[in-house]
Design a protein around this ligand. Sequence first.
Ligand code: NAP
Length: 275
Amino acid sequence: MQNAGLAALGLDWRYVAFDVDPSQLRPAIQGAQAMRFIGLNLTLPHKLLAVDMVDVLGESAQGWGAVNTIRFEGREPGGAWRPLREFAVAPQETRSHGFNTDAEAITRALREDLGVELSGARILLLGAGGAGRTAALKLACEGIKELFLVNRTRSKAEAVANEIRQRSPQLKVTLGYPAGQVDLALNATSLGLKPEDPPPWDERQFSLRQAGAVYDMIYRPVESALLQAAKAAGCRTANGLGMLLYQGAKALELWTGQSAPLSVMRQALERNVYG
Ligand code: NAP
């Protein structure tokens, strides 16, 4: 997806994957910086570790406690820091600047791929792991009306609920399933990745007919059992591919300073993920 995006922007850059042991993350970031890389993406567990390894933490990375994108920057003779792409001659002094593009990607996918109006929405969120926590905290910033949190390990859902109550005290957070309708049910558990997985929700406590729309963060398989059941129940549905696309598109924009060529990137992603 990134290489397709770079080609469409006419840049002779390359996006390459490296398998880095967590114990080697700091020297890996420093090495990329020394070699004048434009930037990096990081996935788990690196995106949590990198918070203490970058020179500057952007607001997004600070807020979410994770760095999934690094932009290397150089200092101008006058003293201002600029992205490396803006230098014709490699600058003497460089730094790493950490960002997080994951949270924005979740709400963008819900709006653009599923047409959910988040402001005033009632939402059921399944899962309180890394992605579930980020989704919950981000949704809480979007003016939603009520959030229902369900997680196998209840204490983790409680911890997320307490975090939200501190950050967004006006939002009503309930642990457990809603009795009435919700605008959106969002699966942030890993249930559905494997065909033999049980459903991520308790069918005795919640009927998909209660949901206007269902989003599954899982994108492989293309249509999880949850999404199949949601479609049959008449819900609008979307899988997690958009989330993956939008976090990558935002990273590309941070590195290049240009709008990401979304349709080209989406096509490349679909080709890669689905064959
Ligand atoms: P994680 O931190 O490991 O959290 C896993 C979540 O799934 C937890 O809520 C966990 O509950 C729950 N879970 C796992 N096995 C379960 C089981 N047998 N029964 C009930 N609940 C179970 O993982 P994550 O990073 O948050 O990822 C969660 C999902 O989102 C994964 O499917 C991942 O592929 C997807 N994801 C998609 C994107 C995207 O770009 N589309 C990005 C990130 C993640 P407990 O807390 O009780 O363990």
